[in-house]
Ligand binder design. Structure first.
Ligand code: ZN
Length: 250
């Protein structure tokens, strides 16, 4: 039996699917993954004299907010990006009552835009912002429209609701993600090599039937999986849903 048929069979027979996604599912929406995309990492390093991880750290943000927001506007916000077949497939599986949650490391908001309802955004979302002084919430536009560091009407700095390097994850979101993974019968890990904390740790909570890895390249966790498909996740998922006769488009 070929791999797509196997995945299609598991989609049909599973009731509590959880998707765990990373940057690789958004590259099909033309959002570059700076860890693997050729040249982007080096380009950023050259332009700012620092690694992307440093630019996205809590320490750097506090010390150089102006540069932080320049970087954010240029490299982390993609207003024209649209959900792709990977996002659409998970939204469709949820509509069918087969998928209980999407857990994502991405901050691009594309799972929600595709129609997914239960989404645990481990690293937050660049579409939400809040004032560091009074907590007032703002949207992305207020960050994009500011010419310098965006300021609240109270004078405080408006920051994106994303988890920077050196900051802890939201414990409620982690708890929700762990609970969903613990109860899943099929876990589909897509577009992540699971190299970044806490991704690999969360996968350890899975005790269901089938672990599937959809990633363009090999990952250190391939051996643990019941099925690995090394291709673009969106292409794989569309083929599998069609074979399982699950409508992918809303
Ligand atoms: Zn404020």
């Amino acid at each position: 039996m070929d791999e797509i048929t196997t995945l299609a069979d598991w989609l049909k027979t599973s009731q509590q699917i959880v998707a765990f996604t990373g940057a690789g599912v958004s590259t099909e929406s033309n959002i570059p993954d700076f860890r693997s995309a050729g040249g982007v990492y080096e380009h950023i390093q050259e332009k700012y004299g620092r690694e992307p991880e440093v630019l996205l750290s809590h320490r750097f943000f506090m010390q150089n907010p102006k540069t932080f927001f320049e970087y954010l506007r240029e490299y982390l916000v993609f207003p024209d990006a649209e959900p792709n077949d990977a996002h659409r497939a998970f939204a469709a599986l949820e509509r069918e009552g087969k998928l209980s949650a999407v857990v994502t490391q991405n901050i691009d908001g594309l799972h929600s835009r595709a129609g997914s309802k239960t989404v645990y955004e481990l690293h937050g979302s660049v579409y939400r912002s809040y004032c560091m002084s009074c907590g007032k919430q703002y949207n992305l536009e207020s960050v994009l429209e500011a010419s310098d560091v965006p300021r609240c009407i109270c004078g405080g700095i408006i920051r994106p609701d994303v988890v920077l390097y050196g900051e802890g994850l939201d414990s409620e979101i982690v708890t929700g993600a762990v609970r969903a993974i613990e109860q899943a019968d099929l876990l589909i890990v897509a577009g992540t090599s699971l190299a970044v904390y806490p991704a690999a740790g969360l996968i350890d909570y899975f005790q269901g039937k089938h672990l599937v890895l959809l990633n363009k390249s090999e990952t250190p966790h391939d051996r643990r999986a019941d099925l690995c498909i090394h291709a673009a996740a969106g292409v794989t998922l569309r083929a599998a849903l069609e074979k399982a006769q699950i409508k992918i488009d809303a």
